[in-house]
Design a protein. Sequence first.
Length: 412
Amino acid sequence: MSSSLGFGRIFQVLGQRNYGIFTLGNSISLIGTWMQRIAAGWLAWTLTESAGWVGAVAFADLFPCILIGPFAGAAADRWDRMRVMKIGQVLGFGQALLLAVLFAAGLLSIWPLFLITLFQGFVTGGLQPFRLAITPRLVEKEWLNTAIAINSVTFNLARFVGPAVAGLLIAIGGLGMTFAVNALSFLVFVVALNLVRLSPYRAPPSGKSFLADIAVGLRHAVTMPGVNAIILMTVVSGLCVRPVLELLPGWAAQAFNGSSSDFAALTSAFGIGAIIGGLWLATRQGARGLAGIVVWSNIGMCATLLGFAVCTRVWMALPLAVVTGIFLVSAAVAGQTLAQILVPDELRGRVLSVLGLVMRGSPAIGALVIGIASDHFGMRLPLITGVAILLGLMLYFVLGFARFRALLEDSL
């Protein structure tokens, strides 16, 4: 009965006009984005056969948010969030179309691929706080927990569907067709955003300069009890273990002696697990208990990644990838939900921009460092080292769990 009631919450949220339209358009765009990531990652590997270059392309995709994130967060508390989202989708369409044209002309070598990915990294990094901050305006507060979890499900459903569609398109029309279809997916989201109708909202004037607003957001992010702990866990996880996803081309080809289909299978396996984790969290009512989910999911992820690291064949790694996906998304969604609830709306864009910054920026740095290390020591040892570091941090939170839970849940 409780399960059916939980899934009923999902359908009730999706049935709300604005959120339903937004989620449909966002899902299609995210599928296109994952298609491009698969195509770009595999193209980087085939052009160079270097895990370092694969990591560098992932770095270009993820790192720019570190540079632009704080400014975008302050802007999200000042500017029209929906209008900026529309502009961002048009820019995404342009870069995807350029990739398709260059590939068709035979001009898409590793450096143009890196630079165009870097441009899109700035676009995505700039949109991140707007995307996070707009969710509370699409649903009522009582539905926020479910809406955030559904956001994660759509992201990770795209992680599953995107590689499958990319594999089909690559087989039919090559990488160029994959880039072109992604360009169309951005236009679909633009149409959806134009159909969404939000209630008028004007951010209260802060009375401070733009830079002062940025400083306020950064200060609240690092000093707000509980939220700063979530950010710390996100940073360490992103640096030490999250890059396994960005380096999957190297795992498939080098560690498991596989092909592009094995790479797609691994990516999909992580995505399937992430969907399961997201759906489970979407069925929960209320935010109590999320602190425990954050801690124990990170510990579970460490355990499954240790098993993944010692696998020698893809078929051995696939079930571990599914379970890792469950833990990874459970930790991420639980932490993000708590942050969304605890942060006041007038600071939402700035504080969540810091969370978005570390969510994208720390895996970028981690992918670059671990990718270079993997070129020298193989794929396994750098991952095992990263798992050990994250596990040490999580044991610290286990020892002080009562205080950690009180910080996050006593005000709920």
